[in-house]
Design a protein around this ligand. Structure first.
Ligand code: SF4
Ligand code: SF4
Length: 380
């Protein structure tokens, strides 16, 4: 089979943050030292070779970039300062854009104008909805407080309407993400046409997907164990918040001020703590640049951290203002919260940084399927 080389691939990859990749002279130290590289799934050296040669098809069907958790051990030991860890990170951005069929991922990763424009448009739509659409249906700002002295959030942002919107947004995001995952599956498992995997293997190995999503055990194989913990808190806080807001909004967005130890509040406090802890480690790390994994930041890394931080801060403000009866401050915080949250979810989950939350566990699952793949029967 002939391999098609595409020299223009280099220029495309540079747009996704790849720096001096030609520094690599293939000593193989990075692959030898990588705690996650294994027989049959070796990286990062061979991926750098494919990038240098422009072997596009093989790169796009690789599962290995997602098996790297960016511990930075390879970068530390590279004698040529080729930064293999960051090369793998840039490759993941490129692959994200290849799984996405809409072309938006590529636009967001390679153009700050596109990403900022998208954020501003959706933020403006959210503000318009709160200022004009909901009042048109009779929902208004009110300074009249509840019997407990709290703000009537549901008087201006009724949970029933917000939930319908949440469900619609979740459905759009889920459809986009699922379609991207199917494309990832096709590229990694089916495209080469040489092997096949039985249905039973798909079912039997499915637990790996759930296990890797919840526990993220591959992180713990890296030398620096601390980051696993902060990343896990961030991920669990985000997931809990997403579930309570999208699935249990009636229970979560009440006008009643519940006791401090009520599950509604403790769950919210835990999720907030998890998010703040993870964000603190990531932001301070990127400012100080002491850890290898934080030394190089793409625009999309900062944009994601800033948007998530603002979402958490406005969420905290809503809570503080609401239980203290500060009506206008609550309403303004609520609108600001939604104006940041909505574009963040719409960009980050299907098209950008946050999609790795799905791609990583799926990659471990697909890796396992590949291990059990058998040659396809030939008709000839
Ligand atoms: S990236 Fe560095 S360590 Fe890895 S093969 Fe190239 S030169 Fe060697
Ligand atoms: S960053 Fe860590 S996991 Fe990724 S290739 Fe390098 S050593 Fe392996």
């Amino acid at each position: 089979m002939s391999v098609r080389l595409q020299p223009e691939l280099r220029n495309q990859l540079i747009q996704f943050g790849i720096g001096d990749w030609n520094a690599c002279y293939h000593c193989g130290t990075c692959t030898a030292i990588c705690p996650l590289s294994e027989k049959g799934f070796l990286f990062p050296r061979n991926k750098i070779r494919l990038m240098q040669m422009g072997v596009k098809d093989e790169l796009e069907t690789s599962v290995e970039p997602w098996l790297c958790y960016y511990c930075g051990d390879c970068t530390k030991s590279c004698p040529r300062d080729a930064n293999p860890g960051e090369l793998m990170m840039s490759l993941r951005r490129y692959l994200t854009s290849k799984y996405d069929w809409t072309g938006l991922s590529r636009k967001f990763y390679t153009s700050g104008v596109w990403e900022l424009g998208f954020i501003l448009v959706f933020a403006a739509l959210v503000v318009i909805a709160f200022l004009f659409l909901l009042p048109a249906y009779g929902f208004k700002f009110t300074t009249e407080l509840t019997a407990q002295g709290g703000v009537q959030v549901n008087a201006f942002a009724p949970w029933e309407y917000i939930e319908i919107f949440d469900w619609s947004m979740a459905a759009v995001v889920a459809l986009l993400l699922i379609s991207n995952i199917l494309r990832m599956y096709y590229k990694i498992i089916w495209k080469d046409g040489k092997t096949t995997v039985s249905i039973w293997t798909h079912i039997r190995e499915f637990w790996l997907l759930i296990y890797n999503f919840v526990v993220q055990p591959r992180f713990s194989k890296c030398e620096d164990k601390n980051y696993w913990l902060s990343h896990w808190f961030l991920m669990s806080g985000y997931t809990i918040m997403f579930i309570v807001i999208v699935v249990y909004l009636e229970w979560f967005q009440t006008d009643e001020i519940l006791p401090f130890w009520h599950p509604q509040r403790t769950l919210g406090y835990y999720a907030t703590f998890g998010l703040l802890f993870g964000l603190f480690v990531a932001i301070i790390g990127r400012i100080r640049k002491k850890r290898i994994k934080f030394q190089f930041s793409h625009v999309s890394d900062w944009l994601f951290l800033i948007m998530l931080t603002l979402t958490v801060i406005t969420g905290i403000l809503i809570h503080i203002f609401r239980i203290n009866g500060m009506a206008w401050a609550t309403y303004i915080s609520y609108i600001a919260h939604m104006a940041i949250l909505v574009p963040m979810i719409l960009i980050e989950v299907p098209f950008s940084k946050w999609s790795h939350l799905a791609y990583r566990p799926f990659a471990v699952y697909f890796q396992q399927l590949k291990k059990h793949a058998v040659p396809r029967k030939s008709n000839q």
